[in-house]
Design a protein around this ligand. Sequence first.
Ligand code: NAD
Length: 294
Amino acid sequence: MSQTIAFIGLGNMGGGMAANLLKNGFAVRAFDLSDDALAKAEAAGAVRCASAAEAVAQADAVVSMLPAGSHVESVYTGEIFDAAQPGALFLDCSTIDVATARRVEEAAQAKGFEMVDAPVSGGIAAAAGGTLTFMVGGSDAAFGRAKPILAAMGKAVIHAGGAGNGQAAKICNNMLLGATMVATCESFAMAKKLGLDPQTFYDISSVSSGQSWSMTSYCPVPGVGPQSPSDNGYQGGFAVGLMLKDLKLATQAAASVNASVPMGNAAEALYQLLANRGEAARDFSLMIELLEGK
Ligand code: NAD
């Protein structure tokens, strides 16, 4: 018999993810605070529910894709723990702080449930296309149960260790991405001022030791490298506001364990500047315009 999944939070990411569960034979019971999101989920084949409690009451597993830790904690502790069937598995795919992820997973365990944190790499297109990468924290047993559900929504499902380690992997990865994007942008901006053609610099650096994903898969200079948001006026892609959110999570986590993250701190300050210029919705490779002094 097919498994029933309660899906909580069907926004930009969750909407596509729920549609992929449906395509892969899962039944989906949907709840979101937004009517619009619920209508889209219903059109994709989900059952529309009036509350999180109603959605989870008849579900084998719960997947959540919510904005932040406060939403996750209040939905699980306020509704899901009390309404879920015994033995239901919980999968939180939101990007949230490590401490909240660990606290909610501990609370789930205390109530006799298994839970994983399973944040994703990949944006809205990957969510819609079922090509996300999931970084999963939780016990071996919980991971084993979560894997087939996550595999229906992604191309890779990786066990990162115990509770909260999925979130740890996600924020460390995105801090690295933020820092390499800033470094790539400042290098292109400086190369230009020194009279070096951006395409020529790309041809050299992309096969030299300065190469990174930010350069060769997501070049911030329009017309250079493979197609990327820079070729589309920095629309779509990964928003400045979301990069800033992840950098804040990363630097807060760093402070909580006394880790020195000078590059992460610098990237956070620079993305804050970009957001303060009203650019939170545009792609994060727009950093090049800030560093070019535009
Ligand atoms: P979104 O704002 O589009 O969707 C969040 C949804 O949650 C909204 O539809 C909102 O109505 C709903 N919601 C909020 N509180 C709720 C509650 N109490 N009960 C039920 N529904 C509630 O955000 P998104 O872009 O889909 O991002 C979701 C998560 O995925 C975030 O944690 C984000 O950091 C992470 N993420 C996003 C991207 C991206 O490119 N958008 C990429 C990777 C990870």
